[in-house]
Write a protein that binds this ligand. Structure first.
Ligand code: SAH
Length: 232
């Protein structure tokens, strides 16, 4: 018996995660992702690390790519769009400085993954997607997963979501050339917006709205898909 267990152990360690049932393999890779791609690179917010270890990113990517879901890279999600690299999702979530009572607006729903990560931390998430089939797909997916604190709207993120404003935080996951004034208007005083800005070269900024104006911090060079104007 001991000998059998030993050989089983040897075989298992030789073939590694390849022999595990699909779900377990994803779980192992997800934990590795958190350790190697996030914690090792300075993501330190405990809530963010916990959520990244929990949300099943492989369910947000096309099935044919699910084995790559925990790799250190963005992945295509059709319509020329991508789901961001896990590190960027964690970095933006941490940079937004979220609290459990916050109401958050996301621009660029895409797969719905960032929205799910936010919804695990905050009270309410409102997310806007300009490509209708992506909005519909993300809405269904999030509903099936049981998220009842996320609202998905098909529309133009440049307009924000006036009926639900002001927000504690806004996370923009497509890059405009300039910071949209309307989104700053929809931030609470004390609210934070994390947003990539630029065309070819982009920088990720944190904008904090204060009594006396806005504070702008340059956080990181990034590469997001451009934020689309609806008339284009
Ligand atoms: N946050 C997403 C990834 C976003 S990719 C995720 O977690 O999967 C950027 C998304 O922004 C794309 O789906 C794109 O269609 C959308 N987008 C681009 N311009 C937009 C606009 N003006 N308003 C709303 N969404 C927009």
């Amino acid at each position: 018996m001991v000998r059998f267990m030993f050989s089983a152990l040897v075989i298992f360690s030789l073939i590694g995660t390849a022999a595990l049932p699909e779900e377990e393999m994803h779980a192992v890779r997800r934990q590795e992702m958190v350790k190697e791609q996030l914690a090792a690179r300075g993501i330190s917010d405990k809530a963010v690390l916990e959520v990244m270890a929990k949300v099943k990113r492989h369910l947000f990517v096309p099935e044919s790519l699910s084995r790559m879901a925990y790799e250190d890279r963005p992945l295509p999600i059709s319509y020329g769009q991508t789901i961001s690299q896990p590190y960027i999702v964690a970095f933006m979530t941490q940079a937004a400085g979220l609290g459990s009572n916050d109401r958050v607006l996301e621009i660029g729903t895409g797969s719905g993954y960032q929205a799910a990560v936010l919804a695990e931390i905050v009270k309410e998430v409102y997310t806007i997607e300009i490509v209708k089939p992506l909005a519909d797909r993300a809405r269904n997916r999030l509903k099936v997963m049981g998220y009842n604190n996320i609202e998905v709207r098909h529309g133009d993120g440049y307009q924000g979501w006036k009926e639900q404003a002001p927000f504690d935080a806004i996370i923009v996951t497509a890059a405009p050339d300039e910071i949209p004034e309307e989104l700053i208007r929809q931030l609470k005083t004390g609210g934070r917006m994390v947003i990539p800005v630029g065309s070819f070269f982009q920088e990720l900024y944190r904008i904090t709205k204060t009594d006396s104006g806005i504070k702008k911090e340059n956080l990181l060079p990034v590469a997001f898909v451009p934020m689309i104007h609806p008339q284009e």
